[in-house]
Design a protein. Structure first.
Length: 621
């Protein structure tokens, strides 16, 4: 018992255990390609494995950029629908060798410094470049290599930090931070390096020795150089160095060497990114390029300023939610207990510091000021890249960008309050329990999101909508001209139970007042379950028409929707654009076509179905 208590009282030990346990599980079970832009980072890692240090380097004799098709073909985010990902752990992606001869000409948007991907590239060099091992197992190994780098950097940061150890441990264990560390991207390295730099600076600032030891100054210079190799712009953390008076360096030479390290870090970051951008999507004059964005800003300077300030201020709440916990590409829904337990752990961590006087007001102000400066810089870069005149729609996402700067704010607040003695004594247990429960519920959400059709309805208490479209733009899909001469039948698999709604995307309605659409819901035996007649000129255009099924006829057996028309009008229904929904079948007239309507069906909430089963049983008893 004493050993367990001693273990739980150590932030480093708790971080190492939970980060390793949950991180490895995340690395294995988050579907390949479900991480943010993961397929782009895989292409970059594969190129680095061949010693292509700059992104999008051509092979000798080639006029294009090539990468194996398998990297894109198996990526979860490339699916047209969000479907269970078990096939990635047992199908061809897991067993068939990488086909290095079937290539795809494509540019990667992952243009970050090679230092962000060295462990992953070393793994890929052996398993993909030397041998043709399958995509998914090697991607998992690459993830674990990157995760190990993040855990090592963060563990060292927690160990070095003289105050706020629990605070940094909880921040480094944030579900979003661990999700990023356990998938393939540049964020794991960047976050770990940022934590380490802040910890080294505070370690020196609060060192009781009047003069810094030489090895600690060397460690500081190494952390400065690492910041320069991380994601672009991370040198906005360098104002933290104002916490270190020059008089405390072993000599002026050591202070000068540290200054040179800062200059080298900034110069490397600026020069490398200037080279990398030349072959990226930021170059040129296409939509979304840097030159086009600058032109937009110059044409609308006051609107840009308004967008920058108000767009980011109104999105602070969403930024916090995504900084704490989100799934890749905003798939699924994060269970609410994740946030509740994580906030509890964060509050406990902020009150865990027993020596609040260790941080002076000046040090707190420098930490908080650097947080504001760095976060403002990220907000500016994000707004420049995503600015659309007159629109605030792009804000509220990408809270993960603030993960590396968050410790500056929370460390500045750490130790400003304390708990009752009883709580203070039990704090390690409360902290460990809270963060463990947060990660456990987050893991439940991973299972529900990526390995079930309707698992998220278990904890959202909302109806389940199927199918979930991922890569189909409804407004840009082909149209099927539908009239009284072309009745149709859309068959579909009912994956979620009793149907409450049918939703059909309408490209264009008719103005003919005599035209009526008749919607008929049938089961597999062709029994009519429900029917609805709708004047065609009342249908929405470029939106989903929603047919609410009467509660008394809601059933689990529904599997086909028939539509016929009366009158002379023509209605344009949206099609998927291909036979992407393999389990569904669209029959127009008497002929099945290799396409499907853009439609969705909504089922009764999971718990309502349980109640409907339980109450009749109790009534019968």
């Amino acid at each position: 018992m004493k050993k367990i208590t001693k273990f739980l009282s150590s932030p480093e030990s708790v971080f190492l255990l939970l980060a390793t346990l949950f991180g490895v599980v995340f690395a294995v079970f988050i579907p390949y390609g479900a991480g943010f832009d993961e397929e782009q980072h895989v292409i970059r890692i594969y190129d680095l494995a061949a010693a292509k240090w700059l992104p999008n380097q051509r092979d000798p004799g080639n006029d294009s950029f090539f990468t194996p098709v398998d990297f894109v073909r198996y990526a979860y985010q490339r699916r047209f629908f969000q479907t269970p990902a078990q096939d990635l752990l047992e199908g061809s992606a897991f067993h068939e060798p990488l086909n290095r001869n079937n290539l795809l000409g494509t540019l990667t948007r992952s243009i970050y410094s090679p230092f962000n991907f060295l462990p992953q590239a070393a793994t890929a060099r052996f398993f993909w470049r030397k041998y043709d091992y399958p995509v998914v197992p090697v991607a998992i190994l690459c993830r674990i290599a990157g995760l190990a780098m993040y855990i090592g950097l963060s563990f060292l940061a927690v160990r070095l930090l003289p105050v706020g150890k629990w605070t940094l441990a909880v921040l480094a264990l944030a579900p979003s931070a661990l999700y990023q560390a356990a998938t393939l991207n540049a964020d794991g390295f960047t976050n770990g390096v940022s934590f380490l730099f802040a910890a080294v600076v505070l370690h020196l600032a609060l060192d009781e020795c009047p003069v810094f030891s030489r090895w600690k100054v060397v460690l500081l210079m190494v952390s400065i150089l690492l910041v320069g190799t991380a994601k672009p712009g991370m040198f906005v953390l360098f104002p933290l160095l104002f916490l270190l008076p020059v008089r405390r360096f072993p000599s002026k030479g050591w202070a000068l060497a540290t200054g040179i390290a800062v200059v080298v870090a900034i110069a490397f970051g600026v020069q490398y990114n200037a080279l990398a951008v030349q072959t990226s999507h930021f170059a040129g004059t296409d939509e979304g390029s840097l030159s086009q964005q600058i032109a937009l800003i110059q044409a609308h300077p006051w609107d840009f300023l308004y967008t920058l300030i108000w767009g980011n201020l109104r999105a602070i709440g969403n930024y916090f939610m995504e900084w704490a916990a989100v799934y890749g590409h905003w798939a699924g829904v994060v269970p609410a207990p994740v946030y509740a337990f994580y906030v509890a752990a964060l509050i406990f961590a902020l009150g865990a510091e027993t020596l609040p006087a260790r941080l002076t007001p000046y040090q707190r102000w420098v930490l908080g000021g650097t947080f504001l400066i760095s976060s403002g810089a990220f907000a500016l870069l994000y707004t420049i890249n995503n600015y659309v005149p007159g629109s605030l729609a792009g804000f509220g996402h990408q809270g993960r960008y603030y993960i590396p700067t968050a410790p500056l704010l929370y460390l500045a607040l750490s130790g400003l309050f304390s708990f009752h003695n009883f709580v203070q004594k039990k704090l390690p247990l409360f902290l460990t329990g809270s963060i463990t429960l947060s990660l456990a519920f987050y893991l439940l959400g991973i299972y529900a999101t990526y390995y079930t059709y309707c698992g998220t309805s278990w904890y959202t208490f909302q109806g389940c909508t199927q199918p979930v479209y991922k890569n189909i733009e409804w407004a840009q899909t082909p149209a099927l001209e539908f009239s009284s001469s072309t009745p149709l039948r859309q068959e579909f698999p009912n994956r979620c139970g009793e149907l409450e709604q049918i939703q059909i995307y309408i490209h264009a309605k008719t103005s003919e007042p005599d035209t009526t659409l008749v919607f008929t819901l049938k089961d597999s035996a062709d029994h009519i379950l429900a029917e609805e007649r709708v004047p065609a000129n009342t249908l929405p255009a470029k939106r989903f028409f929603v047919w609410r099924i009467p509660e008394e006829v809601q059933t689990k057996t529904a599997s086909a929707l028939e539509i016929r028309a009366t009158g002379k009008g023509v209605v344009e229904l949206a099609l998927n654009g291909g036979d992407y929904f393999r389990e569904a079948h669209l029959i127009v007239g008497n002929q099945e076509i290799a396409d499907d309507l853009v439609f969705r069906y909504v089922c009764t909430p999971f718990w309502k179905q349980i109640i409907q089963v339980v109450i009749p049983i109790e009534a019968n008893n």
